[in-house]
Design a protein around this ligand. Structure first.
Ligand code: ADP
Ligand code: MG
Ligand code: MG
Ligand code: MG
Ligand code: MG
Ligand code: MG
Length: 690
């Protein structure tokens, strides 16, 4: 989460009165940023990851793994420790730990963004390991930070947190399953929870299909849903249609925002470059969701999906019945039918490059006409105006009474209020007023991985892919409706091995096609000339001549002026292996273009080989020779002696699973078929943590 303002949050009744005020001033703030920074260029590649952890408290006598609710104390301690640290590994600035929605969660980021050097790329894993070790050292002896996406027993009957709290007192969520104490106590979070429920007019309702094993009752009618509770008016919703048969039902924001992910933010040279990379990564986001799938277990059951995406989407779905199209529009305040939750996939491509054909923007993405007109009148182009006017159909959910009036020339809180509660697969981040940061793109779809080796691998892959996109002028456009189809397919059980996804195969600019290298290795063909260490920046060489405003190492991507005509032949349905590792003679696959990019770099051969170790994770997850975390966890449970093939994750199975995840991460237990054979565990390499 970004900045947490302090103050008094308004109830929904109060906050809704200020919705137009926040939108109006939010747009003023955006326009101020636009006018100030639209011509900014020459920013270097800086980038960083965000890793989220679940803090698990083990009770070895009981054989139980529960969620530790000590976030506040842990963060205070870590902040203190970080203040006292001279520096991190290799003199890197000390890491930053952030609060998250769940009181059982932590988030960490590098102390300062990485730069655009191969050395920094190769230092990502130790930076992540350092952060994990640091967190570990300052937890209680029975606690561990675990990087799995969803906690399998969040919301089961009985005890799943440490200490125990009864859901009967869940004043913010009114959940049947989750006590409010699982939520970060900062006023922002319970208010967000309550205001989503109030705006929507009911509790959120998430239904994940159950995985039917041989002994799972058919139909599956969940016996753990309380039937006769009469504490909150919403208690009867489950019986009155909100909970579906054959599904795992969840009724609170915590089920979604309690999930852990891996995000990557990178700075672009200019706004044009940011818009170009943003668009190119939109189709990639659904693919990476499937490839990082890690959340098959929910509220004590095995689901038939492998990913968190639809859970979070449902968990913050504040749309009214009218907006969801369930009820005829009655009041004049209901302006829009809104097809998707505010946590959803991207709804608009935004690049002005000619290869962004209008027909690719084929989603029904309602936008605020007045806001769009205002942005246009003030000089913003059509595509970007649409993008922001679409984000601004949402209401601000949390408003602090102390910050209603802001100086729009120096602040951006009203803008950020709406912007940062549109949780999409990518986020286009404008420079904050007065900061040194440039235009940035955040890649948000990936699930967190069990080890920092994998987390580093996926981070490195995405950053290199962004460089390849710019260097070769790659075209990944497909209609957004196809991307949304991919998002659904990505979440299906074992999608990385079984599903097919729409992906573009004509990716090179006309006349610049290259043959595919079927070996798909960074070090082939023969290594290019070598240079001394230190001159190893991730250079993007402009494809066309141009001035990039003084950016030394980075170059600028110049838009392709040649108009392109979209054709259905440009994209096809491919397997994950084909998308990553290539197909036929001319589609190199995403790893193929990354390898091709790495080959263009004047970097020591040894460093390319070091990079290959990470890139091989991507290659092998895609070709099926390594399993996703989701599939590996399913296999672990299926072969657990206590598993009755009834789709239930018992206390014992949960305990053994999380212990095993920890042993694998540490390197105490080998996990062939899940991690590469040469994986080095954190007991051998703690990232240089003092
Ligand atoms: P949020 O939660 O809003 O996405 P965080 O502060 O948690 O933001 O994470 C932002 C990430 O962006 C961090 O990894 C940080 O290192 C990185 N970062 C910081 N400054 C820049 C910059 N100028 N360009 C690119 N990335 C940056
Ligand atoms: Mg986070
Ligand atoms: Mg963050
Ligand atoms: Mg965040
Ligand atoms: Mg944030
Ligand atoms: Mg983020």
């Amino acid at each position: 989460m970004g900045l947490l303002s302090l103050g008094t949050p308004l109830t929904w009744e109060e906050a809704s009165k200020y919705a137009d005020h926040v939108r109006e001033h939010g747009i003023t703030q955006l326009l101020n940023i636009w006018n100030r920074y639209k011509a900014r260029s020459g920013d270097k590649l800086l980038w960083g990851d965000e890793i989220e952890y679940i803090v698990v408290a083990f009770d070895d006598e009981e054989g139980d793994a529960r969620l530790s609710l000590r976030q506040t104390e842990i963060l205070a301690k870590l902040a203190h420790v970080c203040d006292d640290l001279p520096c991190g590994p290799k003199n890197a600035p000390v890491p930053i730990f952030h609060p998250e929605y769940g009181r059982f969660m932590l988030e960490s980021t590098p102390g300062a963004p990485y730069n655009g050097s191969v050395n920094d790329l190769l230092g990502v894993e130790s930076n992540m390991r350092f952060r994990r070790t640091l967190a570990k050292k300052h937890l209680n002896p029975n606690e561990l930070p675990i990087t799995i996406t969803s906690f399998p027993r969040l919301g089961v009957p009985g005890v799943f947190t440490d200490p125990y709290f009864d859901p009967a007192n869940a004043q913010a969520s009114h959940s049947l399953f989750l006590p409010d104490e699982i939520t970060n106590p900062h006023a922002r979070f319970p208010t967000l929870t309550a205001n989503i429920r109030k705006r929507r007019g009911s509790k959120v309702a998430i239904n994940l299909p159950i995985y039917f094993d041989t002994n799972t009752p058919r139909p599956f009618i969940d016996p753990t849903i309380p039937k006769d509770r009469g504490i909150f008016p919403e208690d009867s919703e489950a019986q009155n249609g909100a909970a579906l048969e054959n599904h795992i039902y969840m009724d609170a924001m915590g089920f979604g925002m309690g999930c852990c992910c891996l995000q990557i933010t990178f700075q672009a040279c200019s706004i044009e470059e940011a818009r170009r990379v943003y668009d190119a990564l939109v189709p990639v986001s659904s693919i990476m969701l499937a490839l990082t799938a890690g959340s098959p277990f929910w509220r004590g059951y095995i689901a038939d999906v492998d990913c968190r995406w639809n859970v979070i989407s449902g968990a913050v779905d504040d749309r009214t019945e009218e907006e969801r199209g369930l009820k005829a529009s009655s009041s004049s305040s209901n302006l829009f039918r809104i097809p998707k939750s505010r946590y959803s996939s991207v709804d608009n491509y935004i690049s002005q490059d000619k290869i962004n054909c209008p027909s690719y923007n084929d989603l029904n993405a309602p936008y605020d006409k007045d806001i769009a007109a205002r942005l246009l009148e003030n000089g913003m182009d059509e595509l970007l105006s649409r993008h922001f006017a679409h984000l601004f159909i949402r209401d601000p959910l949390v408003i602090f009474s102390e910050t209603i009036d802001q100086d729009d020339s120096v602040m951006s809180d009203h803008f950020e209020n709406i912007q940062s509660t549109n949780w999409q697969t990518l986020r286009f981040k404008p420079p904050p007023p007065g900061s040194s940061m440039g235009w940035r793109v955040e890649f948000r779809s990936m699930e967190v991985q069990v080890t920092d080796f994998e987390n580093a691998a996926f981070s490195i892959f995405i950053v290199l892919l962004s460089r390849a996109i710019l260097t070769f002028g790659l075209n990944f456009y497909i209609p957004l409706s196809k991307v949304d189809e991919n998002m659904e397919r990505a979440q299906r059980r074992d999608a990385a091995r079984k599903a097919r996804f729409w992906f573009r195969t004509k990716i090179y600019p006309p006349g610049e096609e290259r043959p595919r290298d079927p070996t798909n290795e960074v070090d082939l063909p023969t290594p290019p000339s070598e240079r001394a260490d230190g001159e190893d920046d991730l250079i993007v060489r402009p494809r066309h001549k141009g001035d990039c405003g003084g950016c030394q190492t980075h170059g600028v991507f110049l838009a392709d002026e040649r108009p392109s005509t979209p054709s259905a032949d440009d994209y096809e349905e491919l397997t994950m292996d084909e998308i990553i590792n290539g197909k036929g003679t001319h589609f190199p696959g995403l790893l193929g273009v990354v390898n091709e990019y790495v080959r263009t770099l004047d970097v020591e051969y040894a460093k390319k080989i070091a990079l290959r170790r990470y890139l091989n994770v991507i290659k092998r997850r895609a070709d099926g020779s390594l399993l996703t975390a989701a599939t590996w966890m399913r296999q672990f449970v299926a072969s657990h002696p206590g598993y009755k093939h009834d789709s239930v994750i018992t206390k014992q199975i949960n305990y053994d699973l999380i212990k095993m995840v920890d042993s694998i991460e540490k390197g105490k237990v080998k996990a062939p078929g899940f991690l590469p054979e040469d994986y080095v565990g954190s007991i051998q390499d703690d990232g240089g943590c003092p």
